[in-house]
Design a protein around this ligand. Structure first.
Ligand SMILES: C[S@@+](CC[C@H](N)C(=O)[O-])C[C@H]1O[C@@H](n2cnc3c(N)ncnc32)[C@H](O)[C@@H]1O
Length: 209
């Protein structure tokens, strides 16, 4: 992510956070328990929504400027239950089956290799473990929004820290072998029209074959 985008991230997102994201984060994360890994934690927007009495949290953020802001926010919490790492989602420094839950919010759009990232998430989850996701995704095929996503994507990727407008993230999660336990499609209010289509829900890691 560019220096400027990383520093402006919280300001740019403030209206969307108030309009819908904070409520979605709350409903996704409030009952998460156990050992939890969050990929691409950014500036720590999810931190207020974990119940840290029941969670041992590892936050991964590869971008140095985002991580600096994250570390500042972590200081306001019970730090014994929070670790911060520099890992990217494609190579997580953790043992197989180490986590009860992995969280990704607005990250699958930006990883370099989505398939590899989902395989890593699967590897570090316990059998039966939960992958909690909230992602902006490709609009429905054949819509004008999807056409514009495809047209703008090459420039957008460069300007917005490798964020892709047109990823079919739900299909990728299913292709990685997860079972979708719950899914909600909703428009991200007060966001730029091309990033409005979102999915959020829970995918279960099935037993290793
Ligand atoms: C749009 S921000 C979302 C931040 C935060 N998760 C949130 O919900 O506000 C995308 C984040 O993904 C991170 N990111 C980019 N590539 C990544 C990768 N390969 N692995 C993990 N995180 C990555 C970026 O550094 C950035 O912090």
């Amino acid at each position: 992510m560019s220096f400027i985008a990383a520093y402006l991230y919280d300001k740019v997102m403030a209206e969307t956070e108030a309009a819908c994201l904070q409520a979605w984060r709350q409903s996704l994360l409030s009952d998460v328990t156990g050992k939890v890994l969050e990929i691409g934690s950014g500036t720590g927007a999810n931190l207020p929504f974990y119940n840290l009495k029941n969670v041992k949290l590892t936050l991964c953020e590869p971008d140095a400027i985002m991580r600096k802001q994250l570390l500042e926010k972590v200081k306001g919490y019970e730090q014994k239950s929070i670790q911060v790492s520099t890992d990217g989602a494609e190579a997580i420094q953790a043992k197989d089956h180490e986590f009860d839950c992995v969280v990704s919010t607005l990250v699958c759009c930006s990883v370099n290799n989505l398939e590899q990232s989902l395989n890593e998430i699967k590897r570090v989850l316990k059998p039966g473990g939960r992958f909690m996701f909230l992602e902006h995704v490709a609009a429905k095929k054949g819509t004008s929004r999807r056409t514009w996503q495809n047209i703008i994507n090459p420039i957008w990727k460069v300007l917005a820290g490798n964020c892709h407008l047109n990823r079919n993230t739900l299909q990728a999660i299913e292709d990685a072998g997860f079972k979708i336990e719950s899914i909600t499609n909703e428009s991200m209010r007060k966001a730029m029209p091309l990033v409005r289509p979102t999915i959020r829900g829970v995918a279960i890691k099935m037993d290793d074959a």
